[in-house]
Design a protein. Sequence first.
Lengths: 155, 556, 430
Amino acid sequence: MQKLKGDLYLAYRALFAQPLRKLFSTDERSGKQRFLDNYAPEGLVPISAADRQLLYQASRCIHCGLCEAFDGALPVLPRTTYDGASLLAICYSRATPDLPRARAALERLSEDQLVRSEAVCPTRVPLRSLLGYLRRQLDEVVRQQRRPADRVPRS
Amino acid sequence: MNDAALFDLIIIGGGVNGTGIARDAAMRGLKTLMLEKKDVASGASGANSGMIHGGIRYLRYDRKVTELSCIDSGYIRRIVPHLLFRIPFIAPLTAQDVAHPSFRERFLAYGTEVYFGAYDLYQPYKGGRPSVHLSADEVYDLEPGLRRNLIGAMTMDEWGIDPWRLCALNAISAQRHGATVLTYTQVLGFLRGPQGEVEGVRVRDQRSQKHAEFRAKIVINVAGAWAPKVAALAGVSVRIRPGKGVHLTLDRRLSNYGIIATAVDGRQIFVMPHEQTSTIGTTDTDFYGDPDDLRVTQDEVAYLMQGIESAFPAIREARVLRAWAGIRTTLYEYGKLSDALSREHAIYDHEREGAKNFLTLIGGKLASYRIQSEELTDLVCGRLGVSASCRTHLEPLPGGEGFPNTADLARDYRLPESTVGRMAYRHGANAVKICELADARPELRAPLCRCEQASYAEAVYCLREENVRRLSDLRRRCRLGMGPCQGTRCAGPAAALFAKERGLSSTEAHRELLDFIGGRYRGKRPVLDGEQVAEEELSRGSYLTVGNLDGTYASD
Amino acid sequence: MTDVLVIGGGMAGAIAALCAKSTGAEVILARRALGATALSSGAIDVATDPSAPAGALKSQLVPPELAAREVARTRPNHPYAVLVDKLDRLKESLSFAAQNLPELLTPPLDRNALLPTPLGTVKPTGMAQSSHLGGDLVSLPESVGVVQLSINPAYDARMIASGLEAAAALLGRRLTAQVVESRYFREVEDALRGPYELAERLDRPGAVEELASDLKRRLTDSVGALLFPPILGRRGTSLATQLSGLLGRPCAEILSSPPSVPGLRLQEALDAALIRAGVPIVESEVALLAPDSRSFAIQGGSIEATAVVLATGKFIGGGVIRHERFKEPIFDLPLFAGGTRAEDQYIGDLLADTFQGEHQVFRVGVRIDSSLHPLDLRGQPMDPQLFAAGSVISGYDPAADKTGLGVAIFTGYLAGEAASRVSLAGSRRR
């Protein structure tokens, strides 16, 4: 009996409620735009196929620390800001919503500071390309956070 | 341990039900004792998908359950906002021939849209966003890794949560309200009165091997997969149908969006972002073995990977860190397919079986813990004549009072902001206390677990404030060793820190270290592949080649 | 065109190249990146007695060569067993390494030393960097100080001291170890610094003197020797000797886990030895240009070698790759774990139930004959001018067997010598 009631309810929604809802919707945004408006401001941004390949390569890091011995940025950046190149692979690139917290390090790093680190890495993590990706993704996250409030649905 | 104390309530089990009830009961003024034979959240509460969800699957046959779940998810979001993170889900709508979808495929696609649309009615309770219908091209834009067999997708979102911290915080809150929480304390038997009524428990502390007795007016059994064993100690029978669920953890978020896939047997599985990892889950098989000896099999891993691959072909390029299993305590119903069993809970009063004052709570899901706990605490309070009402949905859990400004904290206390960020995720408003620790003792600024950004200060805070009795407990409090390197770099230093804080000898520290490493290994073993093998080689280099642990201690 | 191409620049490859060069061949060494050698602890594991029970420290005080013979006897697939007829040259190979790294390495020891580790254990080893030898539990004085950098908790002196006392008791000797604080490092940032950075700071002019004078303030006369975290200088051979002079008592480094300053010192000393010997180090991947050939694509060009030594390491070094199946990436050589073919095995079958069990997966590698030729599936040498050295060889687990760098030196030495001989014979025939 309960099953029948449940299915009837869904039938009602399928035949009436859902079509009416769509009919009277004033939302002109595309599906993709609505999705991004829902989630991108919280750092939940998409990733391109090419960047995801970078992530698979970043996953090669075994946290051995050799890069730290040749890290051109460690002697130069404030020590409480930057803790070494391996963090790019083993920490920063693992979740984009956390990227804004790595901003101080990412903004100051330059690719040529990572040349030697990348050369000695036993599992060949592409540190420089990874830095490029992190910067781009950080920019995107920040851009999405700053979007006009009226486009973000209240919830 | 004060043997003569009389408690109002003894709770057997430190999972989400046990800690949730402890908190509720303590807040209502009941003198409460919670006993857990291992660490909090060591059973199903620590081996689940880690979601506070609104029970969308109940929409079809029991909308009331969905509504209540969504309302309660909203409450959980209110009391511990820092611990929740949003997980958007993409439910692909597939077709064999995307240019000419069959009627059935279009029916299913529309059906999904209707279903998600019905769920939208309840999303506002928990701050969820409205569902969205995407065209095939739009889906590929947002998630290029999907197999090209789509005619569109529906999206919605749920909340993810760290279930270990949820349990830990409930336990701490219970203590703050006067409850006694004893981990690594196993119930060996019951104290009985002249008419067989349950009057208390006999326990053994697993670490000190000391025995004790505790008396209470009511004893409840929320020991999950061990509930039948506990019940048997009281001479009563509790039947559950244990369901084994296996999950895999990937080293990072491959996507910010969860993807729902269909496994070879038609079951729905998923790969979803979870904190800084991805989780693949789950299986659901009847389990007849020992819940203390759960292993993940090659078949279970292959089943999950095959299922995800059907929707996300490149999954095999991902780095799998570990595989883990838990036992769901579903209610016993013979003849139903495991997945169709009710996830709902049941409360058994064993007075009928001659054990008065002894109750068992079985079943339920993580997301409904608070409401289940409220129901049971209401029952207990009714029995005891206590009229206080539940406030667990109103008062924040420890740290849930507000979210700190991580940039300010990082600058003021001279810590990396990424460290403060993860600290704030785990501890919310209490992050400032950890920063103050680092300020008072500058060496505590050092990173202990770099993968998970847990500083020495955070580890010390957890050790001092969060019921840590074994080194392995720290992994549930601050994710020590739970990142890509699985403790290769941090387990040794963590054992030394643990020893220093607790005044342990090097031998005792090594025992804790081997226990910790052993736990990491059990998870890695079924899935070791790719660079994880190189990681294991490095790890063995550290602990065996250099550390010579195997040359110092025989394996037992 | 070259006589000998060595692929892989860790201990095995470097020793092979140095040996081949010393016997008159033209040698080029190609390496793609750093590997396990650069992460090593400072100890050179030759062999421990495999029959000694855990914790039986006295039983480990054996001559490494004897222990190696025991390993050969009890592990039939181990390189020491395959090369048992040449084991009398083990010490010769170790001496060769020590001679090429004169200030860094001590000569091979007559009996295993017991060196302190960061975990607070001791570890038997047959050879070590000179900065570590002073920590040998057998010869330490009765009162030892373990230095704790007060600002940097990464090395825990309390644990090391406590462990050292426990080990001394097992050994049946008296020893008290106390923590001695060093406040030389005082900046907030020093709490966050890793071992390479701290070591570099100690290389600065005046640093080691300041370190010593700070320690003197807290040292009592009774402390007979001092153990330091393995950060005593980033370059060269460590500041241990200098500190001993300044503090008037033996100073030694404890061994290091990764990230390891002693490991890098070792790698850099090997590189320096190669350059001194006139062996070019090419930092490049190599790829076979045609199967069954010895022509390789390298650094944008190509190279042809008369003889090749494959010393590419195991999983860390990339000599063996595992991605759902095992593969040797340069020659696609058949891989073995113990005596059985490995490529398609389910990994769970190659792993024990528990961490401390016997794991076949870490024995996976290329099977060799007693001339260090990799073997094909029929057990025949693939190529009389191809040799293998180091952890790419199957049958041993450097972590479990405690023979890692010793096997690297031994097999590198023999492979280099054989490669040189075969290439020179070939060139004489031309």
